[in-house]
Design a protein around this ligand. Structure first.
Ligand code: IVH
Length: 701
């Protein structure tokens, strides 16, 4: 008999994937499928250790939906398909919390914590040390969940602490929240949990990038994005925000004879919740036997807060013993048994002293606020982007206004708001320029774009920015020729446009102050190297509006020389997936202008190879390829090929080569002396393991 439940669930998952048919399902088999889905959700969302690829999970999910189509009578709200499936809109009615949700008392330094400890010992009448549970203070939106008879029956915002808003449909759409959990195993019939809904910083940045692109106002911080997301009318919209939820407290328990002993430690309560499938602080929490340990733990977290993937604004120190917590009770404002240790502020006020306008490589004019230098979480800030005209208008920001600024995690500083109530009449409305601050050309604002642009291709500011981008890592990657050298050479009139980069007078550079034979020759060799760059890099380095790395690669794969694009019309671009009409228009415009063709010809004359290089040609994958859409990894030493040769062969058969063993890996090819990768793949149980010989047979060599 197989006693490993994870292994059993994996075997079941594979069976479902293999048959992939909704025919002949019994109710029992359907329930198994739901268990399998819940298992993968937990692995993915709670444990961050997925065992299946997204595609495989989607297959299982679709299968469940298929079965539910045929057997609507089996569906219960607990099916993972029902998280966002229902049409239930949020009505935001009010719900009373089972226990009032107070605030936390704040502390800011070591001394405050020592005082707290002294106070606790006094109130508890104890001489010995008190044990504290410490965990991050997540900076998101608070949520309150109620489970009755193991089922999530209600979810609400904090509201005023007594009553919150009902957001049950939205909360059910979050995959980090179990729709049911086995509280009854502990003798609990009803329970109230508290937690924090939060968006990881990287997802938050992606959301803002996307919003900026589509002209929507950006969020000041992950907290605003999360709390806004919780209050969407459509649960589908909440589901898209990337919100996760950490549970940090059991605030109410009902049940005839629940195990009080097992539940008397806050720390262990959180462990129990983790075992039940809730997302809780794991390595981020500690049980401390002395207040000194608490201080060290808090200070360590303050030092690494920027590296943590979630925004946290402090730590929460809690008396671990729940009986003592109850004994201590609360003031009107906060529980006596807990204390927030707040990190240094990430918000501060400053004054807007001036607005400067920067011209970017495609002529976008960006307003930049020059502010009174201000300390923010250990960094001095003196300039902050004002993004665009709409941002200034929407926030009603005026010159000389007092402004609130914020630096959240590794997020760039941001102006949260102005304070109109602090104005004294000296403030001046910001007039966006109507002509380019660098060349004087009237600015244009195109439909659906938030930016004002200078369309003069010869604008000096633009030409300079284009050169800076051209040599950057993402573009031609010319090492040793960074921003400052480009500015320097531009001012010295060594450079007029990007073609001059390939025709530099190295003997003149050698003689410049701070240079010499060695550095001039280093620059020369990076430039010589860049002349042989793949075509997609050249295309990307031309600063064509909206033409990014990915689109450059796609287009380059369809041509043999850059000049081929002179013959491409808008229709031709329509044949290519992923290239939209706006981008197509921008590229055709670029290649229709004689001055641009002349620029390319000059680059070519100076040695830049404008053709598709053999080595960069994309690999053609046949429809019936052996490894189509599979991920593959080679480990150990191969007998018949080099690693690179084997990888190319696998790619020709449609495989994607990846570098690590994870739940996303489909095939591991093992050569001689394979080590830890093989062991890990075996342990996962989801990876197809092949010898070199089997691999060779598969690809028909
Ligand atoms: S315990 C008394 N623990 O901080 C209420 N709160 O001012 C229970 N918060 O908005 C507080 N992380 O949502 C507690 N690990 C944590 C927390 C935490 C974030 C939030 C809470 C509330 C605020 C309290």
């Amino acid at each position: 008999m197989n006693l490993n439940p994870e292994k059993q669930l994996m075997d079941l998952s594979r069976d479902f994937i293999k048959s992939n048919s909704s025919a002949n399902f019994t109710k029992e088999k359907y329930e198994d499928l739901l268990d399998v889905l819940r298992f993968h959700e937990r692995k993915y969302y709670i444990e961050n250790n997925p065992l299946f690829s997204d595609r495989e999970y989607d297959k299982l999910f679709q299968l469940a939906k298929e079965v539910e189509k045929q057997h609507a009578e089996w569906i219960t709200p607990l099916s993972p398909t029902q998280r966002v499936g229902s049409d239930v809109e949020n009505t935001f009615q009010t719900v009373s919390h089972l226990t009032p949700m107070l605030s936390l008392a704040n502390s800011y330094n070591e001394n405050d914590l020592f005082e707290f400890d002294t106070q606790m010992k006094k109130l508890l009448d104890r001489k010995d040390n008190v044990t504290y549970a410490v965990e991050p203070k997540y900076d998101g939106g608070s949520i309150v969940l109620v489970y009755e008879n193991d089922i999530l029956i209600s979810a609400a915002t904090r509201g005023d602490g007594q009553v919150g808003e009902d957001i049950t449909p939205n909360i059910k759409s979050l995959k980090t929240i179990p729709l049911s959990a086995p509280f009854s195993n502990l003798g609990i019939t009803k329970v109230e949990l508290r937690g924090e809904a939060i968006i990881p910083k990287n997802i938050f940045q992606d959301i803002n990038k996307e919003r900026e692109k589509t002209g929507l106002p950006v969020f000041a911080n992950p907290r605003n994005a999360a709390t806004g997301g919780l209050r969407m009318k459509q649960p589908q919209e909440t589901a898209k925000r990337g919100i996760e939820a950490f549970i940090y407290q059991i605030s109410y328990i009902e049940g005839k004879d629940y195990n009080t002993e097992k539940l008397n430690s806050h720390y262990h309560r959180i462990q129990l919740l983790s075992e039940m499938g809730f997302k809780v602080p794991e390595n981020e929490k500690a049980l401390c036997n002395t207040i000194q340990e608490v201080v060290v733990f808090c200070e360590n977290w303050e030092a690494k807060r920027d590296e943590y993937i979630y925004e946290i604004d402090g730590m929460v120190v809690k008396i671990d013993n729940v009986e003592w917590q109850n004994q201590l009770g609360a003031t009107n404002h906060h529980p006596r048994w807990a204390m927030a240790y707040k990190f240094k502020a990430k918000q501060a006020t400053s004054k807007l002293e001036n607005v400067e306008y920067q011209v970017g490589k495609i002529g976008t004019v960006t307003p930049v606020a020059k502010i009174t230098p201000t300390q923010l979480a250990g960094v001095t800030i003196s300039s902050i982007s004002l993004h665009n005209e709409d941002f200034i208008t929407a926030k009603d920001i005026r010159l000389y206004d007092t402004i609130l600024i914020e630096r959240a995690g590794d997020v760039i500083p941001y102006i949260v708001k102005s304070f109109p109530e602090l104005r004294n009449g000296e403030e001046v409305k910001i007039e966006f320029p109507t002509s380019c601050p660098a060349c004087g050309t009237p600015l244009i604002r195109e439909e659906n774009e938030a930016a004002w642009r200078c369309l003069n291709a010869n604008c000096t500011a633009q030409v300079l920015q284009k050169m800076i981008f051209h040599v950057s890592k993402d573009a031609m990657d010319i090492e040793g020729l960074g921003k400052s050298n480009i500015i320097n050479f531009f001012e010295l009139k060594f450079l007029h446009d990007i073609s001059d980069i390939y025709n530099l007078d190295y003997s003149a550079i050698e003689k410049l102050e701070g240079f010499g034979e060695k550095s001039a020759s280093n620059i020369k060799s990076s430039i010589e190297k860049a002349k042989k760059n793949p075509l997609h890099r050249i295309l990307h380095s031309l600063s064509i509006h909206h033409l990014g790395k990915k689109a450059s690669k796609i287009i380059a794969s369809h041509i043999t020389s850059i000049y081929d694009l002179q013959d491409w019309d808008l229709e031709k671009y329509q044949e290519i997936k992923d290239i939209g009409p706006v981008l197509a228009k921008n590229i055709t415009e670029f290649f229709s202008l004689d001055e641009n063709i002349q620029l390319l010809k000059r680059m070519e004359k100076y040695g830049v190879d404008m053709s598709q290089k053999e080595a960069d040609k994309p690999i053609e994958v046949r429809e019936d390829a052996e490894f189509k859409d599979k991920t593959i990894l080679f480990t150990g030493s191969l007998e018949n090929f080099t690693r690179k040769e084997a990888q190319v062969m696998a790619e020709e058969q449609g495989a994607k080569v990846i570098s690590a063993v994870s739940g996303n890996l489909n095939i591991l090819v093992v050569g001689k002396n394979a080590g830890s990768k093989l062991a890990k793949a075996e342990k996962l149980g989801t990876v197809e393991i092949m010898t070199e010989e089997e691999f060779v047979n598969k690809i028909g060599l």
